[in-house]
Design a protein around this ligand. Structure first.
Ligand SMILES: [Zn+2]
Length: 1027
């Protein structure tokens, strides 16, 4: 009907009928009803009405019928559809439509309420036009609307007319999009009025639409202000070679401006998924399929020969080694030159004298294969054995004196007090003892010694003494003098896994109202800076009641802490060194707390528009007192967690062009387990560079050198003067006979890298799991070593990790956007990682699989990104010439295998599209330039799993059931602990073996030896299908 000119016909009839004297309402009323219906479907309806002069006649009819509510209502219906077009609405405004409406809406009444409701809706539609809003401000409608709102709100106690009350707020909401509207709103005490409206009926579901609008208006009108920082640049700067071209500020997308206020409205479990941008897909077939040449002179590649000793080593000492058990098993290879970045301070990873090698770990663990056969992981079994403890409940009940299995620990209270004093001593001297320029070395060393002796908690693959020694060699930009206790002392995974936090309904509103209260009821606002990297003088007097903060240690990055109210703190994290952005990672120390009090923390300069903190994720907490009680454990903690846009904006001058950049609040409450404790809070389980270096040494000492070829060397030196380690793992040759040496040297390579993004500590835990598994005595690990040579670069961005960056190198560059043309003096780790891959390619030994481990902040589970020309072209609907394109589909095999094997992994989040914006990432460059068809990025969620075995079972849910006074958001699943992440690393390695077993080149010998593996995989598949 619309396409055949029906709208025009109806409108013309309306004009003609209205102009007859007297108008025939028997025709007009059905006509209006019809117009209202048709108008909803006709996008050009307003325009048509304007052209046919239907506006004027309708307005005239409405004015004539002010006292006839039936006729008036019909006119309003028509006006409502006319006003849905902004231009038409503006015209109606000029012709006095708003005044007409204000004559219709009245203070609270129980009469004509239907007409009043529609009138408020017409007014709200009219106010979408900026000119109407401006007129409304000038005529004082803001005050009138607020009065009307108050009047109806106070009289309508039975909540019969919620939609009318909402209508007034809808009108205000359009007006306050104008600056003059906000000014008028503030002047008319709008904040106070709507605050009390929202505050008084927060829990009343029946007025939900009113609260929702009120909160939106409050957020919109909260005066914007710049961040409380002297500069948007990092508190740390470091002179680096080459001029720094800071990354262009993030392009603001539509998502950034999206109304993020109406929180729980439609948040399904999938709504957080990031949409893939189709226009970012690479559709140039040449770019996709042509292989670019070397980015450096060919002769340069020879330097990497020295990093592949396994290819030339003759193992002459092998015979004598078998005879001599005391031999360290060190394989003699020519020392190679370390490619230096800038200066060169240290040249080799020498063994530390102070280290107390832990010897070989007892590998009593269940074999990986067994776990797969059972269709469950170790974690799952653990969580079935013990009731899952809600860490927050644990904290609240303050159950001192129990170890993780619930046994009493004798006399802990007394010794704890003493230890606390010891700790004070340590923190006062800030552990300067462990660094070369220390002033009080013996004293503090003795204290820590005593602590370590009193609490001989043996943490697998960790050694505090070795850590201290390694920390001395770690170079930071501002020369950190302190080690954080969790990194020094070590972390043990908690006995059971933690479920995702169920979000309490309305929590974001409560937080926003608390924020608004700072403005309108500032009586309890302290606003005292208690910590700042930008202030040279110590700000914290230990006597005061407030919390003490500290972050000048490896990976720490708190920049400023402001006490807002007695138990509430605003925190700002540092930007990446030499940069102005990427605030997401956080890690800091907090002390001086009282137990059993919920402290609210707000990290107010977050940058991403959304976060898994809105979908069940909690930050991590480490308590030193808990560690002394035998629980040296990072746990997920915090409640009332939400993440939302706040009122801070950055001015264009500061950010270099991106005007009005928004910031986001991460807010959470923590109830600390002990008073006067020293605690640490972090975005995710920290994993420092020093931890890696410690760990690698322990790993090396743990292996049987007769069986495992484990070689740790230096890929290069970083800009900050740290050494980037390269690890080689394979099995020793059976003997130095020619046959065995041949087999040894011809094992295919597998290359794994991680932690190019320093804030993605989850990637390091996955890497830790992979490394420990690869050197273990598990039969699968043995097969892997016997059949492959693993080249592993566990940390591609040591400087970023050390200095608490989230994303970049010291040059403020995202190193995973530098693979196309890295330069030795600017991006040394990328340059040499690429060089090593080039070298392997040049001798015909490109890796079977290349994988770069990452962390993902927006999605759940673990998944792979790979590269496929065909899938990219199909997705972009660019099918020209694709029929002749040949592509090996083997890139899909590994993710399919992992989907079956690894509990945390899901195929459904994998993607094989090649995006233009990713052209310079490791994954795309290794695929395109090195021709590695199985080149991947493996992403692990910061949050956890919502599929597979780690999706909370009904059983687990019941165990963790809290008082459900509020309906939950329906999120179920485990949050990742370090155990699940490490398991993923091991499963990845198992996946590599199964990939080989499935390949046509797999040797008969391996197939027979691994027959059980294939069976296990079948069983895993069965299990998978059943679930
Ligand atoms: Zn990443």
């Amino acid at each position: 009907m619309i396409s055949k000119g029906g709208s025009e016909a109806l409108l013309q009839t309306l004009v003609d009928t209205a102009r007859t004297v007297p108008p025939d309402y028997d025709i007009l009323l059905p006509l209006f009803r019809l117009l209202a219906k048709v108008g909803l479907r006709d996008k050009k309806f307003g325009q048509k009405a304007l052209e046919l002069e239907a506006l004027d006649v309708t307005l005239i009819l409405a004015r004539k019928n002010l006292c006839d509510s039936q006729n008036l209502l019909h006119c309003l219906w028509a006006l409502r559809v006319f006003a849905s077009s902004v231009t038409t609405g503006a015209m109606l405004g000029i012709n006095g439509a708003m005044e007409l409406i204000l004559d219709i809406v009245t203070p609270y009444t129980q009469k004509r309420t239907r007409t009043i409701r529609v009138a408020t809706e017409v007014l709200a539609a009219l106010l979408k036009s900026k000119s109407n809003s401006r007129r409304a401000v000038n005529r004082g409608y803001v005050t009138s609307l607020l009065r009307l709102h108050q009047d109806w709100h106070s009289h309508d106690t039975a909540n019969t007319y919620v939609l009318i009350r909402r209508g007034f707020l809808l009108c205000l909401r359009h007006i306050v999009t104008l600056r003059s509207g906000r000014e008028a709103f503030l002047a008319a005490q709008g904040m106070e009025i709507l605050f009390s409206t929202a505050q008084n009926c927060l829990d009343d579901k029946s007025v939900e639409p009113v609260i929702s609008e009120a909160i939106q208006i409050l957020r919109q009108c909260y005066p914007k202000s710049p961040l409380p920082l002297v500069t948007a640049s990092s508190a740390y700067t470091f002179p680096v070679p080459g001029s720094i071209t800071p990354e262009p500020p993030r392009d603001l997308t539509e998502e950034d401006f999206e109304d993020d206020g109406d929180e729980e409205g439609d948040r399904g479990s999938n709504s957080e998924d990031v949409k893939e941008e189709d226009d970012d897909l690479e559709t140039d077939v040449d770019k996709l399929s042509s292989k670019p040449g070397l980015d450096r002179p060919e002769e340069e590649l020879m330097q990497y020969e020295a990093m592949c000793c396994e290819l030339s080593c003759s193992f002459e000492e092998l015979e004598s080694q078998f005879e001599d058990n005391g031999n360290s098993g060190e394989i003699q290879c020519a020392n190679h030159h370390i490619p230096a970045a800038a200066s060169s301070k240290q040249h080799c990873l020498s063994k530390d004298q102070s280290s107390r090698g832990q010897g070989r770990e007892e590998t009593a663990q269940t074999s990986l294969l067994h776990m797969v056969k059972m269709g469950r992981s170790a974690v799952h079994l653990a969580s079935r054995k013990r009731p899952v403890v809600n860490p927050y409940q644990n904290v609240q009940s303050n159950d001192l004196g129990r170890d993780s299995s619930g046994n009493e620990i004798p006399n802990t209270q007394a010794s704890l007090k003493e230890d606390a004093r010891d700790l004070d001593a340590i923190f006062c001297s800030r552990m300067t003892a462990f660094f070369s320029n220390s002033t009080r070395p013996r004293e503090t060393a003795a204290v820590i010694d005593k602590l370590l002796q009193t609490h001989p908690k043996r943490i697998p693959f960790h050694d505090p003494y070795l850590y201290m020694a390694k920390a001395r060699r770690t170079t930071s930009v501002v020369d950190f003098k302190t080690m954080a206790i969790p990194d020094l002392w070590g972390h043990c995974p908690p006995p059971s896994s933690q479920c995702m936090l169920e979000r309490k309904r309305g929590v974001q509103r409560i937080k926003i109202l608390e924020d608004v209260r700072r403005l309108i009821q500032p009586i309890d606002v302290v606003n005292k800076v208690v910590f700042s990297l930008d202030e040279p003088r110590p700000l914290q007097d230990t006597a005061s009641n407030c919390l003490r903060f500290f972050s000048q240690f490896e990976s720490g990055n708190l920049r400023k802490a402001i006490q807002v109210r007695e138990f509430e703190y605003d925190l700002l994290v540092n930007t990446d060194v030499n940069g102005t952005q990427h605030q997401q990672w956080f890690y800091f120390e907090v002390s001086g707390m009282r137990a059993a009090i919920p402290y609210r923390f707000n990290i107010i300069n977050c940058e991403k528009p959304n976060s898994q903190f809105n979908y069940g994720m909690q930050p991590t907490l480490y308590s030193v007192k808990e560690a002394l009680l035998g629980r040296p454990t990072w746990i997920r903690t915090g409640h009332e967690i939400c993440y939302y846009r706040n009122h801070y904006r950055q001015s264009a001058a500061v950010t270099g062009g991106a005007s009005g950049k928004c910031y986001y609040n991460l807010t959470f409450a923590v109830t600390f387990p002990h008073s006067e404790d020293v605690c640490y809070l972090a975005y995710h389980y920290p994993y420092t560079y020093t931890a890696l270096m410690t760990h690698l040494d322990i790993l090396e000492k743990s292996v049987d050198p007769k069986q495992v070829y484990f070689r740790q060397e230096v890929l290069c030196q970083t800009l900050g003067g740290n050494l980037c380690p390269l690890v080689t793992i394979t099995a020793m040759p059976e003997s130095n006979s020619t046959d065995h040496l041949e087999q040894f040297r011809h094992r295919p390579y597998q290359v794994i890298t991680a932690r190019v993004h320093p804030g993605e500590s989850n990637a390091s835990w996955v890497m830790k799991g992979a490394l420990e598994f690869l050197v273990s005595s598990d039969p699968v690990a043995r097969l892997l070593r016997e059949n492959f040579i693993f080249k592993i670069i566990p940390m591609l961005n040591p400087d970023g990790v050390i200095n608490g960056n989230h994303r970049c190198s010291l040059r403020g560059e995202d190193l995973n956007r530098q693979w196309l043309s890295p330069q030795a003096h600017l991006q040394p780790t990328i340059y040499h990682a690429k060089g090593l891959l080039y070298y392997l390619g040049s001798i015909g030994r490109s890796p079977m699989v290349f994988c770069d481990f990452h962390g993902h902040s927006q999605k759940k589970n673990v998944f792979l990104y790979g590269c496929s020309i065909k899938e990219t072209l199909w997705q972009a609907e660019c099918t020209v010439g694709t029929s002749t394109l040949l592509e090996d589909v083997s890139y899909r095999t590994l993710p399919k295998i992992l989907d079956k094997l690894a509990p945390a992994f899901t195929m459904s989040s994998c993607s094989f599209l090649v995006e233009k914006s990713r052209a310079s990432t490791a994954r795309v460059v290794v695929w395109r330039e090195m021709g590695v068809s199985r080149s991947y990025t493996m992403e692990s969620s910061y949050c956890g799993c919502n599929q597979g075995p780690y999706q909370c079972t009904k059983l687990l849910r019941e165990r963790t059931k809290q008082k459900k006074s509020h309906p939950s958001t329906g999120l179920q699943g485990l949050q990742f602990g370090t155990r699940e992440l490490e398991e993923m690393g091991a499963m990845f390695c198992l996946g590599l073996l199964i990939l080989e077993l499935k390949s046509s080149s797999c040797s008969h010998q391996l197939l027979t030896r691994a027959a059980t593996l294939l069976n296990a995989e079948e069983e895993a598949l069965d299990h998978h299908l059943q679930r």
